[in-house]
Design a protein around this ligand. Structure first.
Ligand SMILES: Cc1cc2nc3c(=O)[nH]c(=O)nc-3n(C[C@H](O)[C@H](O)[C@H](O)COP(=O)(O)OP(=O)(O)OC[C@H]3O[C@@H](n4cnc5c(N)ncnc54)[C@H](O)[C@@H]3O)c2cc1C
Length: 318
């Protein structure tokens, strides 16, 4: 590899809450971090309007503005934010090599991976049309906006069951669409759903189309895949809970992952199975998936990267 490659103490991949928080801490610790934004500068929150649950914003804030604030804060302390996409990595040596846009190679003593996860969608045109205007992939984020209303949720796994019971506490009624005649969720979760009186389960049922007035959702067209019958369910919100895909393909040859592709970190830590490589945010968290938890683990990753570098320097000096 070229000897002219830029060599940095700390390289951060991803510009969501995890990446920017890691950058704030790493910059303030004089690690002179370089952060690559990827193709979604600001991450998942740039796809939403109101963020009501991030501490420090009593009046709420929009996702894009919040992410601009985080970027400014990271830059204020000296983070260099660059637009670029990591196309390959080589984590074989003590110094890590990361290639940006297939051309630029950066050598890094520590790498913080904050590449996030992407919600899976059904693939309906109307689902994208009303995304953020009645369609959501996050009940904890958006359920509050549908208090006292009727909503629908699609999915049959543990996450869908968890999100349906969460929505049931806020909403008047939750219509739960299950494609087959049974759930995939664990028995305990199914038990919770079945014992929640305001969840109505529609087995063998698929979402066909999200209906609305051009501005917001007002119903969901569903198909019973046994009888072939179509019907419309009046709802204000439609939640898609069919899973997430962590953005981890790049790391397949290098890092431990769980069965769903999430990076595995040591319990209570952001340390991966390779020295000097840390993972923060949704890329390593299939449970909470919130901006604040992503930011918290970004902070942990920067502190752990700093301690790792300090320990290495100490070893060299002695
Ligand atoms: C519509 C919607 C609404 C939401 N609302 C809320 C809410 O109200 N409150 C809340 O707490 N949470 C909310 N969430 C969840 C929240 O957005 C996520 O938990 C959070 O953004 C995760 O942060 P992250 O930093 O781990 O990753 P992400 O935000 O997913 O960011 C990942 C970053 O990695 C970059 N990246 C990926 N691959 C590469 C690569 N190869 N090279 C370089 N960069 C790369 C991307 O460009 C992106 O910048 C919402 C999510 C969605 C989708």
């Amino acid at each position: 590899m070229s000897q002219l490659a830029e060599h940095v103490k700390c390289l951060i991949i991803g510009s969501g809450p995890a990446g920017y928080t890691a950058a704030i801490y790493a910059a303030r610790a004089d690690m002179h971090p370089i952060l690559y934004t990827g193709i979604v500068p600001g991450g998942q929150l740039t796809q939403t309007t109101e963020v009501d649950n991030f501490p420090g914003y009593p009046e709420g804030i929009t996702g894009p503005v919040m992410m601009q604030d985080l970027q400014k804060q990271a830059e204020k302390f000296g983070t260099e934010v660059r637009f670029g996409y990591v196309t390959s990595v080589d984590f074989s040596g003590p110094v890590h090599e990361v290639t940006i846009d297939e051309t630029t190679v950066i050598k890094a003593d520590t790498v913080i991976i904050a590449t996030g996860a992407t919600a899976k969608w059904l693939g309906l045109e109307s689902e994208q049309k009303y995304n953020g205007f009645g369609v959501s992939a996050c009940a904890v984020c958006d359920g509050f906006f549908y208090r006292g209303e009727d909503v629908a949720i699609v999915g049959a796994g543990d996450t869908a069951a968890e999100e349906a019971t969460y929505l049931a506490k806020l909403c008047r009624k939750v219509h739960m669409l299950v494609r087959r005649d049974e759930f995939r969720a664990s028995k305990a979760m199914v038990h919770r759903v079945l014992n929640t009186p305001n969840i109505e389960i529609h087995y063998n049922t698929e979402a066909k189309e999200v209906l609305g007035d051009g501005q917001v959702v007002n119903a969901l067209r569903v198909l019973n895949n046994v009888t072939g019958e179509e019907s419309d369910i009046p709802v204000m919100g439609f939640f898609v809970a069919i899973g997430h895909k962590p953005n981890t393909e790049l790391f397949t040859d290098w890092l431990d992952m769980d069965i769903n592709g999430y990076l595995v970190t040591k319990p209570g830590s952001t340390q991966t199975n390779r020295e000097g490589i840390f993972a923060a945010g949704d890329v390593q968290d299939h449970i909470f998936r919130q901006a604040i938890t992503a930011a918290g683990s970004g902070c942990m990753a920067a502190l752990e990267a700093e301690r790792y570098l300090a320990a290495k320097e100490h070893m060299v000096l002695n």
